[in-house]
Design a protein around this ligand. Structure first.
Ligand SMILES: Nc1ncnc2c1ncn2[C@@H]1O[C@H](COP(=O)(O)OP(=O)(O)OP(=O)(O)O)[C@@H](O)[C@H]1O
Ligand SMILES: [Mg+2]
Length: 238
């Protein structure tokens, strides 16, 4: 068996003294696109923060491309090709689309090649090319999400982590974003994505994991993402 691209083992992390992840393990094999689903507040974002070095791992380990990255600082993790697009709006509102995208290419290799990558981002999101001189605070929610994903791509990721990219978007925009994410996958970038919409995840990902109370749920069968099943798991309803 080839080594997983990402291997999270027995991860414990949280805030203050309160653990949120209670020994969570997870892996992403080569060519896999992993989907995460689970109720609000059960640790999905916290998992991503711990993987990308934004908060420390209290116990356990994170390996990426065969190397231990536990405890590395976020920029060094991104430089290795593990790039995290956080949940919500984390753009610089008074900077333009172009300036925000440029910042995504801060690591040495992406910085050298930023013009080429920018062309690719604009090909994926033509609307951003049209609005490249616009300040981000004046963009629509959908456009901001495109900039956020674009910033992630500017870092030339091997594995891109997307945390609820379609939160609050209209069905039409959600469909547009799903197509764009499909193109990112087709271009050879691996993905971990959190989404609350089972159908969205089913169409984009090759395997799904259910996160509950800071752990992955062992009895969750990947590929069984039907609305009724998910409601049952969220709320214990039949
Ligand atoms: N900065 C923080 N300081 C203290 N507690 C936090 C912080 N961020 C998150 N938490 C707590 O950690 C727990 C897990 O939150 P997390 O954001 O990881 O959940 P989630 O599964 O991503 O939820 P959602 O689906 O709503 O995004 C929650 O109880 C939350 O209140
Ligand atoms: Mg979250």
């Amino acid at each position: 068996m080839p080594e997983p691209v990402l291997h999270v083992s027995d991860l414990v992390a949280g805030y203050g003294r309160q653990p949120v992840l209670h020994g969570l393990s997870l892996h992403v094999d080569p060519a896999e696109v992993l989907g995460l689903i689970g109720p609000n507040g059960h640790g999905k974002t916290t998992l991503f923060r711990a993987i990308s070095g934004l908060i420390p791992a209290w116990q356990g380990a994170v390996r990426f491309l065969g190397e231990d990255i536990t405890g590395l600082r976020t920029p060094l993790i991104a430089e290795r090709g593990l790039v995290h697009v956080p949940q919500g709006n984390h753009l610089y509102p008074d900077m333009t689309v172009l300036e925000n995208l440029h910042l995504g290419a801060y690591a040495p290799r992406p910085r050298k090649e930023w013009r080429n990558t920018l062309e690719q981002v604009f090909a994926l999101f033509p609307r951003l090319a049209e609005r490249k001189s616009q300040r981000c605070r004046t963009l629509s929610g959908g456009e901001r999400q495109m900039v956020a994903i674009g910033c992630g791509l500017m870092g030339q990721p091997k594995l891109l982590i997307l945390d609820e990219p379609t939160l609050g978007l209209s069905p039409r925009l959600k469909g547009e974003l799903r197509d764009a994410i499909g193109e990112i996958i087709a271009s050879g970038v691996q993905l971990i994505i959190v989404e609350q919409d089972p159908e969205f995840l089913r169409r984009l990902t090759t395997r799904q994991v259910f996160v509950e109370e800071g752990l992955t749920r062992d009895d969750f069968v990947s590929g069984s993402l039907e609305h009724g099943k998910i409601m049952e798991m969220y709320f214990g309803m039949d």
